[in-house]
Design a protein around this ligand. Sequence first.
Ligand code: 13P
Ligand code: SF4
Length: 311
Amino acid sequence: MSTAGIATLQDEVWALARERDAVILAHNYQVPEVQDVADFVGDSLGLSREAAAAEAGSIVFCGVHFMAETAKILSPEKTVLIPDLDAGCSLAASITAEQLRDWKREHPGAVVVSYVNTTAEVKAESDYCCTSGNAKAVVEAIPADREILFLPDMFLGIWLERVTGRKLTIWLGECHVHAGIRPEDIERWQRDAPDAELLVHPECGCASQCMAFANGRTHILSTEGMVNFAKGSSKSRFLVATETGILHRLNKEAPGKRFEAVSERAICKYMKMITLEKLRDSLRDRKHEVVVEPEIAERARGAIERMVAIG
Ligand code: 13P
Ligand code: SF4
């Protein structure tokens, strides 16, 4: 679409949002033209906090389905819309509530910590939720003598074991986008850009993280953590190991610095299902409404509220 076409559509979106008393929330992995039209752009934790605090009558969530569900659970009286109902998450799909119930039966008395990338039904079976932005603080808040079942991302779980010194029982799920960032990608960049800081999302594969731990210019961060780090750093070059959508925000908020994706293939097709046209249609036609069964929402809310409160 031409720049003028994008601008016209963005004006239409803003006008509709005002007319419909809607706030637009967008994840850091959204396409640039959607990020630019949003009232708030952030990571999972920041977006959950914004959803809980939102004053508008409705929320349009430009992200994936579990994020919109989390917003609905935190703001049950609001209408929550997602521009494309098929915007799922392969990591969230890696465990069902039934599988979690079986796992809990095998580990009686264990505390269940679920990454926010899970369905509402899985959250309803959990004691705590966390995001990459506060997972360490959540684990540290749990008494040291309790067993912790951590799900569903194994690489985030392994990283948490390292940074907290706690042994966790970990579900073997992964995000195909982050798992697809290969050790060779990291090695190549470490070799070719010795002056750059390396920003790595904790969902990235274990091998790349292990290598990454071996030097001081590597930083394991949530997407929001990456933006804050880059803004505050005196360094001018950064390699980024996460979904490439984050580059737009990094370039916008830390202008004059150089950001490069470790892997250009790190694209989440689910995040990219949300387009400016679908956002406009969502506001105009009030679709697609995100519904969470009240009984599930009630049981999931405690774990999510603990997440929002910690870290
Ligand atoms: P953040 O919580 O860091 O935004 O990550 C969410 C996500 O889906 C990562 O793939
Ligand atoms: Fe899910 Fe991975 Fe996409 Fe994040 S990047 S939404 S974890 S599939």
